[in-house]
Write a protein that binds this ligand. Structure first.
Ligand SMILES: [Zn+2]
Length: 204
Protein backbone atom coordinates (compact mmCIF):
# COMPACT_ATOMS: atom_id res chain seq x y z
CA UNK A 1 0.00 0.00 0.00
CA UNK A 2 1.22 3.47 -0.88
CA UNK A 3 1.07 5.95 1.93
CA UNK A 4 0.36 9.62 1.42
CA UNK A 5 3.74 10.80 2.60
CA UNK A 6 5.59 8.71 -0.01
CA UNK A 7 3.34 10.10 -2.77
CA UNK A 8 4.02 13.62 -1.57
CA UNK A 9 7.73 12.86 -1.48
CA UNK A 10 7.59 11.47 -5.02
CA UNK A 11 5.72 14.56 -6.30
CA UNK A 12 8.20 16.92 -4.65
CA UNK A 13 11.14 15.01 -6.12
CA UNK A 14 9.87 15.79 -9.63
CA UNK A 15 10.36 19.51 -9.03
CA UNK A 16 13.90 20.51 -10.07
CA UNK A 17 16.34 21.51 -7.36
CA UNK A 18 17.04 25.28 -7.33
CA UNK A 19 20.54 24.83 -8.75
CA UNK A 20 19.40 22.43 -11.53
CA UNK A 21 18.97 23.63 -15.10
CA UNK A 22 15.49 25.10 -15.62
CA UNK A 23 13.02 22.96 -17.56
CA UNK A 24 12.16 25.89 -19.87
CA UNK A 25 15.49 25.43 -21.65
CA UNK A 26 16.81 28.89 -20.78
CA UNK A 27 20.08 27.45 -19.46
CA UNK A 28 19.50 29.39 -16.23
CA UNK A 29 19.22 27.70 -12.81
CA UNK A 30 15.63 26.79 -11.92
CA UNK A 31 15.86 28.83 -8.71
CA UNK A 32 16.77 31.97 -10.67
CA UNK A 33 14.42 31.31 -13.62
CA UNK A 34 10.91 29.82 -13.42
CA UNK A 35 10.64 28.75 -9.78
CA UNK A 36 8.95 31.94 -8.58
CA UNK A 37 6.91 32.39 -11.76
CA UNK A 38 5.19 29.02 -11.98
CA UNK A 39 2.98 29.77 -8.94
CA UNK A 40 1.32 32.85 -10.46
CA UNK A 41 1.75 32.28 -14.18
CA UNK A 42 -2.00 32.50 -14.91
CA UNK A 43 -2.63 35.73 -13.03
CA UNK A 44 -1.67 38.44 -15.55
CA UNK A 45 -3.25 39.19 -18.87
CA UNK A 46 -0.98 38.60 -21.85
CA UNK A 47 -1.73 42.00 -23.44
CA UNK A 48 -0.43 43.88 -20.38
CA UNK A 49 2.98 42.23 -20.53
CA UNK A 50 6.22 43.55 -21.99
CA UNK A 51 8.07 41.19 -24.37
CA UNK A 52 10.47 40.22 -21.55
CA UNK A 53 7.57 39.52 -19.17
CA UNK A 54 5.83 37.52 -21.87
CA UNK A 55 8.99 35.44 -22.32
CA UNK A 56 9.09 34.77 -18.56
CA UNK A 57 5.44 33.72 -18.68
CA UNK A 58 5.92 31.38 -21.64
CA UNK A 59 8.95 29.84 -19.96
CA UNK A 60 6.99 29.32 -16.74
CA UNK A 61 4.06 27.69 -18.57
CA UNK A 62 6.40 25.19 -20.21
CA UNK A 63 8.24 24.51 -16.97
CA UNK A 64 5.04 24.00 -15.00
CA UNK A 65 3.64 21.56 -17.54
CA UNK A 66 6.97 19.72 -17.69
CA UNK A 67 6.77 19.20 -13.92
CA UNK A 68 3.17 17.94 -14.24
CA UNK A 69 4.33 15.54 -16.92
CA UNK A 70 7.05 14.18 -14.61
CA UNK A 71 4.68 13.94 -11.67
CA UNK A 72 1.74 12.28 -13.39
CA UNK A 73 2.34 10.92 -16.88
CA UNK A 74 5.67 9.20 -16.32
CA UNK A 75 4.23 7.39 -13.33
CA UNK A 76 1.03 6.40 -15.14
CA UNK A 77 2.99 4.99 -18.10
CA UNK A 78 4.70 2.60 -15.70
CA UNK A 79 1.52 1.57 -13.90
CA UNK A 80 -1.04 1.56 -16.70
CA UNK A 81 0.58 1.80 -20.16
CA UNK A 82 -2.70 2.29 -22.08
CA UNK A 83 -3.93 5.13 -19.88
CA UNK A 84 -0.38 6.50 -19.77
CA UNK A 85 -0.23 6.60 -23.58
CA UNK A 86 -3.45 8.65 -23.71
CA UNK A 87 -2.09 11.13 -21.22
CA UNK A 88 1.24 11.19 -23.07
CA UNK A 89 -0.52 12.14 -26.30
CA UNK A 90 -2.18 15.06 -24.51
CA UNK A 91 1.19 16.09 -23.09
CA UNK A 92 2.86 15.96 -26.50
CA UNK A 93 0.18 18.24 -27.95
CA UNK A 94 0.18 20.63 -24.99
CA UNK A 95 3.95 20.84 -24.74
CA UNK A 96 4.20 21.48 -28.49
CA UNK A 97 1.79 24.40 -28.06
CA UNK A 98 3.91 25.75 -25.21
CA UNK A 99 7.10 25.47 -27.31
CA UNK A 100 5.28 27.29 -30.10
CA UNK A 101 4.40 30.09 -27.65
CA UNK A 102 7.95 30.11 -26.33
CA UNK A 103 9.31 30.47 -29.87
CA UNK A 104 7.02 33.48 -30.46
CA UNK A 105 8.28 35.04 -27.21
CA UNK A 106 11.91 34.53 -28.26
CA UNK A 107 11.04 36.14 -31.57
CA UNK A 108 9.39 39.13 -29.83
CA UNK A 109 12.53 39.68 -27.75
CA UNK A 110 14.81 39.30 -30.83
CA UNK A 111 16.37 36.20 -29.27
CA UNK A 112 15.22 33.66 -31.83
CA UNK A 113 18.82 32.94 -32.84
CA UNK A 114 19.33 31.42 -29.36
CA UNK A 115 16.34 29.16 -29.82
CA UNK A 116 18.23 26.22 -31.36
CA UNK A 117 20.18 25.82 -28.11
CA UNK A 118 16.99 26.15 -26.07
CA UNK A 119 15.34 23.41 -28.12
CA UNK A 120 18.22 20.99 -27.57
CA UNK A 121 17.84 21.52 -23.82
CA UNK A 122 14.13 20.65 -24.08
CA UNK A 123 14.77 17.19 -25.55
CA UNK A 124 14.86 15.65 -22.08
CA UNK A 125 11.46 17.03 -21.02
CA UNK A 126 9.55 14.08 -22.51
CA UNK A 127 11.19 10.70 -22.93
CA UNK A 128 9.50 9.68 -26.15
CA UNK A 129 10.58 9.42 -29.78
CA UNK A 130 7.65 11.59 -30.90
CA UNK A 131 8.94 14.43 -28.72
CA UNK A 132 12.41 14.10 -30.23
CA UNK A 133 10.87 14.40 -33.70
CA UNK A 134 8.82 17.42 -32.59
CA UNK A 135 11.96 19.15 -31.34
CA UNK A 136 13.64 18.52 -34.71
CA UNK A 137 10.56 19.98 -36.40
CA UNK A 138 10.90 23.11 -34.25
CA UNK A 139 14.61 23.28 -35.14
CA UNK A 140 13.69 23.40 -38.82
CA UNK A 141 10.85 25.87 -38.23
CA UNK A 142 12.91 28.26 -36.11
CA UNK A 143 15.93 28.42 -38.43
CA UNK A 144 13.70 29.07 -41.42
CA UNK A 145 11.85 31.80 -39.50
CA UNK A 146 14.80 33.30 -37.62
CA UNK A 147 17.54 33.21 -40.17
CA UNK A 148 15.64 32.58 -43.39
CA UNK A 149 18.11 29.74 -43.75
CA UNK A 150 16.13 27.41 -45.98
CA UNK A 151 19.06 25.03 -46.59
CA UNK A 152 19.64 24.50 -42.87
CA UNK A 153 15.91 24.10 -42.28
CA UNK A 154 15.76 21.48 -45.04
CA UNK A 155 18.73 19.63 -43.53
CA UNK A 156 16.88 19.56 -40.18
CA UNK A 157 13.54 18.37 -41.53
CA UNK A 158 15.24 15.71 -43.68
CA UNK A 159 16.43 14.06 -40.47
CA UNK A 160 12.80 13.03 -39.98
CA UNK A 161 12.61 11.06 -43.23
CA UNK A 162 11.07 8.65 -44.01
CA UNK A 163 7.69 9.91 -42.81
CA UNK A 164 5.27 7.39 -41.39
CA UNK A 165 1.58 7.08 -42.31
CA UNK A 166 0.58 8.90 -39.14
CA UNK A 167 3.23 11.61 -39.39
CA UNK A 168 2.53 14.84 -37.55
CA UNK A 169 0.62 17.17 -39.92
CA UNK A 170 2.65 20.26 -38.97
CA UNK A 171 5.85 18.40 -39.87
CA UNK A 172 4.46 17.38 -43.26
CA UNK A 173 3.29 20.92 -43.96
CA UNK A 174 6.67 22.42 -43.10
CA UNK A 175 8.46 19.84 -45.25
CA UNK A 176 6.27 20.73 -48.21
CA UNK A 177 6.70 24.46 -47.62
CA UNK A 178 10.48 24.15 -47.43
CA UNK A 179 10.61 22.22 -50.68
CA UNK A 180 7.97 24.23 -52.53
CA UNK A 181 10.15 27.38 -52.19
CA UNK A 182 12.61 25.92 -54.66
CA UNK A 183 9.90 24.52 -56.86
CA UNK A 184 7.99 27.78 -57.15
CA UNK A 185 11.24 29.68 -57.77
CA UNK A 186 12.37 27.51 -60.69
CA UNK A 187 8.96 27.03 -62.25
CA UNK A 188 8.19 30.74 -62.02
CA UNK A 189 10.90 31.47 -64.54
CA UNK A 190 10.40 28.57 -66.91
CA UNK A 191 6.73 27.80 -66.98
CA UNK A 192 3.98 30.17 -67.91
CA UNK A 193 1.36 29.06 -65.45
CA UNK A 194 -1.76 30.69 -64.14
CA UNK A 195 -1.50 32.73 -60.94
CA UNK A 196 -2.44 30.87 -57.82
CA UNK A 197 -3.44 32.35 -54.52
CA UNK A 198 -0.76 30.41 -52.67
CA UNK A 199 0.94 27.05 -52.45
CA UNK A 200 -1.44 24.15 -52.14
CA UNK A 201 0.07 22.13 -49.35
CA UNK A 202 -2.42 19.31 -49.31
CA UNK A 203 -0.99 15.89 -49.94
CA UNK A 204 -2.31 14.24 -53.06
ZN1 LIG B 1 12.87 28.71 -16.67
Amino acid sequence: MIDKSSIKEFLLRQIPRPEASCLCGSGIEFGKCCRENIAHVDSRRVDSLSPAELLAKKRALLTRYSIWHRQHTRLLIQRDPDAGEKLLQLDLAAMSDFVDGLMAAYNATSMLEDFATVLERLRGNIEDERWQRKITYFQALSVSLALGDIERARAEIKKLLPFSDNEDSATLQLYLELYSVDLSFSTRQDIDRPETTGPDLKLV
